[in-house]
Design a protein around this ligand. Sequence first.
Ligand code: RB5
Length: 155
Amino acid sequence: MILRVAIGWDHAGMDLANGLIREFQKVFWNYIRRTPSKDPINYPDAVPFVVQHVYRGGVGVLICGTGIGMSMAANRYPGIGAALCTDPLMAEMARAHNNANILVLPGRLMSESVATACVSVFLNTPFEQGRHANRIAQFDPILAHSVSYDFPPAE
Ligand code: RB5
């Protein structure tokens, strides 16, 4: 399996990120944003690197303390579906039902073994399409409006 995965983190996600990089490096990390020390950084600064990678067709992983800030920041970018997951079932559903393209993990709240399982399942679960694609289309308010709105008959 050769996947193109980018990972970004802040100081609160650094330990878990390093653990995941060790775990997966030989298999599929192609793009790693290295944060050199534990000096605090602003978590939104780690997001664009990963988003750009997703825009080029890759997969992303973001890690901050709770995962909340990274999720909120990443989901501001058009086309990004960043899913904060705390167990492997959530990671599976984030792909199968939500077509997420970035997995967000809480570095201060998750063990390395659970994080490893989340990454594995996220990278190996395809999007199921079908009814889930229709639901995702509704995320875009303009598209959802045009789908559901019945134009009044012409006079
Ligand atoms: C950093 O202290 C922390 O706020 C950050 O890692 C993240 O949890 C934000 O949502």
